[in-house]
Structure formats: structure tokens, C-alpha cells
Design a protein around this ligand. Structure first.
Ligand code: GLN
Length: 498
């Protein structure tokens, strides 16, 4: 029982079905680990242990009555960007330090309906703006592989909690890499689906045309299990799309059954030189190239493709995302939601101080940049121009995908770095150089672990797919994981027993 947290989601499901353990025991196991070890990494903002215990007991009862839902009684946790009815939802901000949502995000209720049990709300960069979880009002998160390193961000709490063995899977959100980059830093698999695949209803908005929720787990199959209940059209999100619904786990199983010793025969992997430049650490490059070699050995063909210069993409993203954020975050005014300053003298004072005191530095920086880009006189020079470049980025991907099925690159230019008080924002933004184009084009992408640095820090490989091709990405990563063991390595905290 002491190693339950090292089991895959599938093993947990089988264990529950075969009565090797109950959901109550499993849930207790995770809660015990969180209580004993989370003080080292600070991955949770809110615990929902009591409700979880009650739900686990109920799940055991339902299973005994013949309830067949596969995920029934399997624990998980949510990034604190998703509204959870009756439970604090902070989005990592002082602004929402007292916000108890009156409703559930669609993905929260969908996961609930699948029978999963939420153990709480996970730490994150404030309003999902950041790449190392340092902007959270609730404190930094430590990487479970090495406590001196960052877990990545903005879904840093989600990545750390899974990597620490506190939950088998967790939700995340990805506007410019926030699922993939922390997955890479924490040795996990994490997938950002096609824009429109998952409802954004009840997911606190950062940049609405880029935001997409997804799943994080140790393996591609773990991600598939959690992603399944998340997807689908939602009338409450006008950008969610009615589209053919895949069955990810089934697709993985079918592909595995059909795979010979060259499972990637016929798969064309696009590699762009643009994604092997710009500050790429040599150990990261080596691991990414070794993984590509492995794909080749297993039958894949590598083809050279061209994509938009990442530096142009970076500038485009850091214009559009703050512009949308400045508009989205105008609702936090001290009147309708969350934090309100003390003793305001008049309405302007109420707005100004509530926002100055409620938002942290990075959020304020983006509101300022975004407001500037949208202001009269600058709109065309910045916002419109960036929108035009966004169109070109989409076109470049279309052209690249004419000659390949997936595009591979390192997920981030480096492995997890040390938290530094004086990391300037521009340097942090550079770390997003390989992940943001995907969001600008609305494409699906995942990160999968492909090795460790000499210091023992995980390295991730990104796979980008064509629109709606999450199944292909998950299947590709899964088959790779059938032939390699990078995803089976465990962090220092995961190896601790309590
Ligand atoms: N690091 C990027 C940013 O700060 C991406 C964040 C995200 O995907 N939410 O904007």
C-alpha cells in the first residue's frame, strides 16, 4: 500500500475494480502524503480533504452497486484557475483571496460527473501569468525533483503535485505553454488540446483567444484518462466547438494493438531549425535529439520544416496576451469581486487602490502593456500588427503540416532553473519561445519527458499536432513510452514514503 501513488491511472482503475483497495483507502493515502510532504513544495492553495473523504466513501458504495464509470473514485486536483462551487478559487491572486465561486467550471462538473474526487486547488502563477510560479500570492512552489528549482508555470502547483505523488493527475491551463512547460520541468506528460476542444466556461480568463484547459499526468495515457471527461461542446462557451468526439484511451489501445516493432512506420515528424536555436541549452538539445533518434529507430521519418521565427512569435504573443488580459481583468474593480481596499475616499480611489493592492507586479505590468497597446493612436501600430502576424504564424504552420504529421521541438530552452529574485521579465518571457506559437495558431500540443540533465532535472520534448489531432499526439507519446522509461522516473518527493 505504501506505493499506491506510483501507480498509473489505469493501474488505479484496475485496482479499484478488482477490490485491491478502495477509493477511501486510496484517497486517504494521497491525503496523508499531502499532509506530510506538501509543506516542502507548497503545491496546494486549498485542501478539500473532508469532502474528498465523503466522496470516496460514496464512490465505493456506488461501485459496489455496479456503477461502471472507469474514473469513479480516482483522486485528482484542479489548478486554482477553475471555479469550484463553494470552494475558494483564488487564481493565485490576492485579488481573489476571498472568492468562493457560486458555480462550477464546466470541466469541474464534467470531471465530477465522471466520478473523480478532487483533493483541492493547486497553486499557480497569479492569473496564469508567468513561467515559474513565482508570481503567486500564495508563495512559490518548489520542484519535487530538486527543491531549489522552480516547477515551471503557470500550472506549477499542478505539475509539482503530480510529480510529488500527491495526485495521479491534475488539470492545468495553457495560454502560452502553462501546461507543457511545467510538465517538462517536472518530468510529466501534459497536453494542451486544440482551441475550442474544451469549454472555457468557469476558467478565469487570461487571454481568451489563447486560453485552453488540459490535463497533466505521468504518462500520455494518464493524460488521456483525465482529458476524456474534459472535452466537448458547451453551449455556455461560444468558442467551444461541436466536433467529432474521440475516445482517447480507446485510440491509444487500438494503436498499441496494431503496433509492430516499428510502431511509427509512416509517421513524418517535422523538425524546424527555428526550434533548435534561441538560447537552447546543450543538454536539452541532446536529449531532444536523442528522443528524435529513438522515434526514427521505431520507424518515424524526420523531415525538415520551417516555422515562423520564434522571436517574432514571442513579440506577437507578448503584445496580444497582455492586450486581452487588460480587457479581461478590468472586471476586478473592487466592487464586484474579491479584494477591496480599506476606507476608499471616492470611486476612483476605490478602483485605483483595490487594483494596485490586489494585483501583483507581473499582472500590473501586463495590464499596463496591454492597455497601452489597445489605446487610441497605438492600436494599429501594435495590436492590429500583432494580429496580422498571428495570421502569418497560422499560415506557416499550415505549410509545415503539408509535409509532416507532427512537429517536434524541445518544450523549453532549459531545464528547471533556480528561483531568482532578480530574474527580469524579458528573460522569463524568452523561456516561452517554443510553446507560444501553438496557442497563437490554436493547435494541440503536448510535452513528454525524454531524459534528465546531469544534475538530474527532467527534460521535455514537445509534439505539436494538426487541429483536432490530440489522439495522434497522445498515441504517439504513448507508443514512445512503451519503448522508453523516461516517464517512469520518479522525483525525490515521490520516492518518499510517509
Ligand atoms: N508563460 C506564459 C505567460 O506568462 C504562458 C502562461 C500561460 O500559458 N498561462 O504568459
Amino acid at each position: 500500500m505504501s506505493e499506491l501513488h506510483l501507480l498509473s491511472t489505469e493501474q488505479l482503475i484496475t485496482g479499484l475494480q478488482n477490490k485491491q483497495f478502495s477509493s477511501a483507502e486510496l484517497t486517504e493515502h494521497y491525503i496523508k502524503r499531502i499532509d506530510a510532504l506538501d509543506s516542502k513544495i507548497n503545491s496546494f492553495i486549498t485542501h478539500t480533504s473532508e469532502t474528498a473523504r465523503a466522496q470516496a466513501k460514496a464512490a465505493d458504495g456506488m461501485r459496489a452497486q455496479g456503477d461502471q464509470r472507469p474514473l469513479l473514485g480516482v483522486p485528482m486536483a484542479h489548478k486554482d484557475i477553475f471555479c469550484t462551487q463553494g470552494v475558494l478559487t483564488t487564481c493565485g491572486s490576492k485579488m481573489l483571496h476571498n472568492f468562493v465561486s457560486p458555480y462550477d467550471a464546466t470541466i469541474v462538473s464534467n470531471i465530477d460527473k465522471a466520478g473523480m474526487i478532487s483533493l483541492g486547488k493547486l497553486n499557480m502563477d497569479e492569473f496564469a501569468m508567468g513561467s515559474d510560479n513565482s508570481s503567486s500570492y500564495y508563495g512559490t512552489v518548489q520542484n519535487p525533483w530538486n527543491l531549489e528549482r522552480v516547477p515551471g508555470g503557470s500550472s506549477g502547483g499542478s505539475a509539482a503535485a503530480v510529480a510529488a505523488g500527491f495526485v495521479p493527475v491534475a488539470t492545468g491551463s495553457d495560454t502560452g505553454g502553462s501546461i507543457r512547460q511545467p510538465a517538462s520541468f517536472c518530468g510529466l506528460t501534459g497536453i494542451k488540446p486544440t482551441y475550442g476542444r474544451v469549454s472555457r466556461f468557469g476558467m478565469i480568463a487570461y487571454a481568451s483567444s489563447l486560453d485552453q484547459a488540459g490535463s497533466m499526468g505521468r504518462s500520455a495515457k494518464d493524460c488521456a484518462y483525465l482529458l476524456q471527461p474534459m472535452i466537448g461542446h458547451d453551449p455556455r462557451d461560444a468558442t467551444s466547438i461541436k466536433y467529432e468526439m474521440p475516445n482517447y484511451v480507446q485510440d491509444i489501445n487500438d494503436a498499441q494493438a496494431a503496433a509492430g516493432d516499428k510502431p511509427f512506420d509512416g509517421l513524418r515528424i517535422g523538425v524546424a531549425k527555428e526550434y533548435f536555436g534561441t538560447g537552447l541549452d546543450s543538454e536539452v538539445e541532446q536529449a531532444a535529439r536523442a528522443a528524435l533518434k529513438k522515434y526514427e529507430e521505431l520507424g518515424a521519418t524526420i523531415v525538415e520544416v520551417n516555422i515562423t521565427d520564434p522571436e517574432i512569435t514571442l513579440a506577437t504573443y507578448y503584445m496580444l496576451a497582455p492586450a486581452e488580459a487588460s480587457s479581461n481583468l478590468s472586471r476586478f474593480d473592487g466592487v464586484r469581486f474579491g479584494y477591496r481596499c480599506e476606507n476608499p475616499t471616492d470611486l476612483i480611489d476605490l478602483y485605483t487602490r483595490s487594483r494596485s493592492e490586489g494585483f501583483g507586479a507581473e499582472v500590473q505590468r501586463r495590464i499596463l502593456t496591454g492597455t497601452y497597446a489597445l489605446s487610441a493612436g497605438y492600436f494599429d501600430a501594435y495590436y492590429t500588427k500583432a494580429q496580422k502576424i498571428r495570421r502569418l504564424i497560422v499560415k506557416d504552420f499550415d505549410e509545415a503540416f503539408a509535409s509532416c504529421d507532427v512537429i517536434a521541438s524541445p518544450t523549453a530552452p532549459t531545464a528547471a532553473y533556480k528561483l531568482s529574485e532578480d530574474l527580469d521579465p524579458a528573460t522569463m518571457y524568452l523561456g516561452d519561445v517554443y510553446t507560444i506559437a501553438v496557442n497563437l495558431a490554436g493547435l494541440p500540443a503536448l510535452s513528454q519527458p525524454v531524459g534528465l540533465t546531469t544534475e538530474g532535472l527532467p527534460i521535455g520534448l514537445q509534439l505539436i499536432g494538426k487541429h483536432w489531432q490530440e489522439s495522434q499526439l497522445l498515441t504517439t507519446a504513448h507508443l514512445f513510452q512503451q519503448h522508453t522509461d523516461h516517464h517512469l522516473q520518479h522525483s525525490t518527493i515521490a520516492k518518499e514514503t510517509v
